[in-house]
Design a protein around this ligand. Structure first.
Ligand SMILES: NC(=O)c1ccc[n+]([C@@H]2O[C@H](COP(=O)([O-])OP(=O)(O)OC[C@H]3O[C@@H](n4cnc5c(N)ncnc54)[C@H](OP(=O)(O)O)[C@@H]3O)[C@@H](O)[C@H]2O)c1
Length: 401
């Protein structure tokens, strides 16, 4: 920083500091008691569509780093580009067991889009703030908070907390701390897709180094995490993607991550597969994020007694299981939902912490990178939502607060 920049920075800082002091004084005059908010559920919203945006509350102390909150809200289900709006949100006081979190980054996942459209398995009461995943930083803690401190990075413990916002007040128990020595985009995209990938690779088949896994939607967030975690365990991956003009580029990218084979959907039905299985064992595990014909084709290539786990249905087509696969190969057809896993293990701190620690160790070792991401400011949310619904992008849209 040169001399001119330093003085410019110092001047800006003093100006900002004065503004904060002035606001704090105003806060003292305008403060209101909102004790009922202490009993609200974590994801509940206090809306302030117009004049409320700058109101400051008694529990929201002048030392807070966060004064105003904006978020992406929807009041009705429908097309995300029509129903989602950027609005001011009134934050409740930071009660004794609550934590004020300044959100840093949050991705747009298919489940978020389905929730807005009203087609997902769980739908929060409306109005609500979109987003189920993301990373934030603790800005203030209530008097009874013991596990978290100001400055900690945190992620939501469960879905439905509404992460597309600049700040939020949550119960301590709704948050899990994360080490802040991992990249921001890794932290923002950690709690859904890598957790799904690691559970599916761990909980259905006892995979050993040298075994193989086949998956469709291999360029998805889940797929990229599967490739990397499997490679770190010495497990081969056969990765199925849809054909596209930049197929070679995508293939190169997935192989650089550790993919053993990258093939087109059409190849699954071709004799070339026999060639592939001369050098790579038939998979014990198939991971299906698509459904329809793609899932049926994955099943055909499983080893006898192997398992297909369905975790997504991007093609919006049912899964058809050939009779022969059941009779002659005794394949197991299973499903996985990370939200259910988190519910089932909500009292098992060791399991959740152990999984995150394992993922963070892989990240630090350079073995697990975040998916390719396109970053957007919160104001640019329409562009971000639009891009998240386009096919063949091979990139996760991430809102940077
Ligand atoms: N069960 C769980 O616990 C769990 C957890 C995480 C995610 N999921 C689900 O897993 C799926 C992937 O999520 P993500 O966040 O990894 O996705 P993502 O990064 O947004 O990628 C979407 C993927 O879906 C593919 N796709 C889109 N439309 C398709 C279609 N009509 N036919 C075939 N493929 C299609 C895309 O391929 P192109 O590049 O060819 O468009 C891309 O590979 C979603 O259904 C999501 O809800 C489930």
């Amino acid at each position: 920083m040169n001399g001119a920049n330093v003085s410019c920075f110092a001047f800006k800082f003093i100006r900002l500091h004065k503004r904060e002091l002035c606001r704090a004084r105003i806060a003292g005059q305008l403060c209101r008691t909102h004790s009922q908010h202490d009993s609200l559920s974590p994801g509940h919203l206090l809306l302030s569509s117009r004049y409320m945006s700058h109101r400051i509350h008694r529990g929201y102390s002048s030392k807070s780093l966060v004064k105003d909150c904006r978020g992406l809200l929807y009041r009705n289900h429908g097309d995300p580009s029509h129903v989602v709006k950027l609005e001011s949100i009134e934050l409740p006081p930071v009660g004794a067991d609550r934590v004020l979190v300044k959100m840093l980054a949050a991705p747009i996942n298919p489940a978020d889009i389905n929730m807005i459209q009203g087609t997902y398995a769980i739908l929060p009461d409306l109005p609500t703030v979109g987003g189920n995943e993301g990373v934030g930083q603790v800005a203030e803690v209530g008097s009874q908070v013991t596990r978290l401190k100001v400055g900690d990075w945190v992620i939501p413990r469960d879905a439905g907390l509404g992460t597309w916002r600049t700040a939020t007040v949550l119960r301590e128990e709704d948050l899990i701390s994360l080490p802040s020595d991992i990249p921001l985009l890794s932290a923002a995209t950690l709690s859904v897709n890598p957790c799904t990938a690691i559970r599916m690779l761990s909980d259905f088949e006892d995979l050993k180094p040298g075994d193989s896994v086949i998956q469709n939607a291999a360029n998805s967030g889940v797929g990229q995490a599967v490739i990397q975690i499997a490679a770190a365990r010495g497990v081969h991956t056969i990765n199925v993607v849809r054909d596209r003009p930049d197929l070679q580029q995508l293939t190169d990218r997935l192989k650089a991550m550790g993919a053993t084979h990258v093939i087109k959907e059409e190849t699954l039905r071709r004799p070339e597969m026999k060639e592939l299985f001369k050098t790579c064992p038939r998979p014990r595990l198939a991971l299906n994020g698509v459904g329809g014909k793609s899932a049926t084709e994955l099943l055909r290539h499983l080893q006898t007694g192997g398992t297909m786990v369905t975790y997504g249905g991007m093609a919006k087509q049912p899964v058809t299981v050939p009779v022969s696969a059941l009779i002659f190969k005794d394949v197991k057809v299973r499903g996985f939902w990370v939200t259910q896993w988190k519910k089932d293990h909500s009292q098992d701190e060791v399991a959740a912490r152990g999984m995150l620690d394992e993922l963070c160790t892989l990240i630090r070792a350079g073995k697990l990178s975040p998916p390719a991401c396109t970053e957007h400011s919160l104001q640019d949310f329409k562009k971000a939502l639009d891009a998240a619904m386009q096919p063949y992008t091979s990139a996760k849209q991430v809102l940077i607060m």
